[in-house]
Every structure is written in structure tokens, then in C-alpha cells.
Design a protein around this ligand. Structure first.
Ligand code: COA
Length: 260
């Protein structure tokens, strides 16, 4: 499907989604979020897609936040709807069962940082800047930033980034665990592809259930999370890919996984 604000292509089992509004540093307007939801539905349905890479067009921005032209018009009622809708799209990304990598090629601010937080993994260019500057505008993060940032990096980091509204550089983001890897500018999509290829070499259902155990387990008491882990572990033991993966190891050959 063709989109107005996104470029989507599937190559070598990887769907690359590029936010393409460079004149506004790829800011997320409502139309872009609707398109992102549709694009994620398409990628979720498509068996040829095993992983996703999200990036921004141009070399300046990943996504510089929600579109402030639209934000400025919100009433209380549609502000709440805006937040719930965007949270839903990002939750879809987080729970679609396919790993996603944010290739952060520049500014990842506000909704852009929240978009990256909803991805499974994050790789940043050395020159990238990340931040949650919403309080400067008299609002607060509304696409899950207060929740995911605190869960990923701890409440001290979340308080600091959200209430100071200060941007941090890629190396600092790496130090606090906000990104997984920092690479040279211009190499961020290639690094994300390399990481995606490593994931794709593994059994798809094993990857999917591992992500589900981490995502859902973190919201449970450990005892319940361990039970979820054991249940999903058991489920994987019933898959063809488990037989293939263990046999391939014992027979000293490469496994051929079938997503079954
Ligand atoms: N929404 C709408 N437009 C945006 C935008 C956003 N989130 N971020 C940037 N733009 C627009 C700018 O208004 C500008 O448009 P113009 O050329 O018509 O004036 C254009 O993108 C380029 O941005 P500019 O501010 O000139 O670039 P810069 O290099 O001086 O600064 C930033 C870059 C990212 C620091 C700055 O654009 C910024 O602070 N953006 C807002 C970030 C933000 O608060 N995001 C959270 C929203 S909840």
C-alpha cells in the first residue's frame, strides 16, 4: 500500500518504515499515525515480514515529536482522544509479535522518543539527540513516554528527562540504557539491518514468545511472570521449529525454521 507520510518497503524479510515529512523534521500528525497503524497491520499480516526498522527521512531527524501545529488546537476532549489513539498505535507496534528496531538518525523528541521506546530495540547515530520536551509546551508525554521510559531506564531517568525537558546525546542515551547501540551517522540503518538479520536467523515463534514473556511478565509479580515463561516455554516445545532447532544443533547443521 502507498502512504502519503510514510515510505514502506519490504526487502530481505525486513519492513523498513521511513517517516517522511522532512520539512517538519518528520513530526507525527494525525494522518501519519493513522498510516502507521495501517502499515503495522499490513506488516503483522505479511508472513514475508520478520522484522521492522523504523527511521526518519533526511539526516537531521528521526521524528521531532507530535506535530505542534495540530497539538496547539487540542481541546481537553480531543487531547485525550489524541493520546489514547497514539498509545494504541504504539502498543500495536510493541505487541505485534515481530521485533522492531528504531534506527534513530537524528532528533527523537517527544512522540519521536516515545515511538523509539515502543520499538523492541534502539540504535542511534552518534549525532542523535533524544528527549521528552513536552513540559516546555505546557503538556506532558502522551504516547506512553512516562510509562515506558520509567520501565526501561528507571524512575530517576524518567523524572529527569520528563521534568527538565533536556535533550541528551546518543552516548548518554547508551549509558542510561535508552538505546542499545550507537553508530556513526549514516550507518544507523545498516546497523539496524545487521541486528535484524541476527534476530531473523532465530526461530520466529521463539522470538515472538520471548518478547511476549518480557513485555507481559514485567507487568506481573515475578511468580506470575515465571509461570507465564514456563507456559510459553512449554508451548514452544510443541513447535516443529523446536524439533528442527535442537536436531540441527545435534546434527551440526544450520537450522531451517518454518514459523511452525
Ligand atoms: N511539529 C511541527 N513542526 C515542527 C516540529 C514539530 N514537532 N519540529 C520541528 N518542526 C518544524 C519547525 O517549525 C520548522 O518549520 P519552519 O521551517 O516552517 O520554520 C522546521 O520543522 C525545522 O525545524 P527548526 O526548529 O527550524 O530546526 P532547528 O534545527 O532550529 O531545531 C529542533 C530542531 C528539533 C530542536 C526544533 O525543531 C524543536 O525543538 N522542535 C520541537 C520538538 C518538540 O518539542 N517536540 C515535542 C512535541 S510534543
Amino acid at each position: 500500500m502507498a502512504y502519503e507520510n510514510l515510505l514502506c518497503e519490504v526487502k530481505d524479510s525486513i519492513a523498513r518504515i521511513t517517516f517522511n515529512r522532512p520539512k517538519v523534521l518528520n513530526a507525527l500528525n494525525h494522518a501519519t499515525m493513522v498510516e502507521l497503524g495501517a502499515c503495522l497491520d499490513e506488516a503483522a499480516r505479511d508472513d514475508a515480514v520478520r522484522a521492522l526498522i523504523l527511521t526518519g527521512s533526511g539526516d537531521k531527524a528521526f521524528v521531532a515529536g507530535a506535530d505542534i501545529n495540530e497539538l496547539a488546537q487540542h481541546t481537553a476532549v480531543d487531547g485525550k482522544e489524541f493520546s489514547i489513539f497514539g498509545q494504541g498505535v504504539l502498543r500495536k507496534l510493541e505487541t505485534m509479535g515481530k521485533p522492531s528496531i528504531a534506527a534513530i538518525n537524528g532528533y527523537a523528541l517527544g512522540g519521536g522518543c516515545e515511538l523509539a521506546l515502543a520499538c523492541t530495540l534502539r540504535i542511534a547515530a552518534k549525532t542523535a539527540k533524544l528527549g521528552q520536551p513536552e513540559v516546555k509546551l505546557g503538556i506532558m508525554p502522551g504516547y506512553g513516554g512516562t510509562q515506558r521510559l520509567a520501565r526501561l531506564c528507571g524512575r530517576g531517568v524518567a523524572y529527569q528527562m520528563v521534568v527538565t525537558a533536556e535533550m541528551i546525546g546518543a552516548e548518554e542515551a547508551l549509558r542510561i540504557g535508552l538505546v542499545n547501540q550507537v553508530v556513526e551517522p549514516g550507518e544507523v540503518v545498516a546497523a539496524a539491518e545487521a541486528m535484524a538479520r541476527k534476530i531473523i536467523a532465530n526461530a520466529p515463534l521463539a522470538v515472538k514468545y520471548s518478547m511476549e514473556a518480557i513485555d507481559r511478565g514485567l507487568e506481573m509479580p515475578q511468580e506470575e511472570g515465571l509461570f507465564l515463561e514456563a507456559t510459553l516455554f512449554g508451548l514452544l516445545c510443541a513447535t516443529e521449529d523446536m524439533r528442527e532447532g535442537t536436531s540441527a544443533f545435534l546434527e551440526k547443521r544450520a537450522a531451517q525454521f518454518k514459523n511452525r
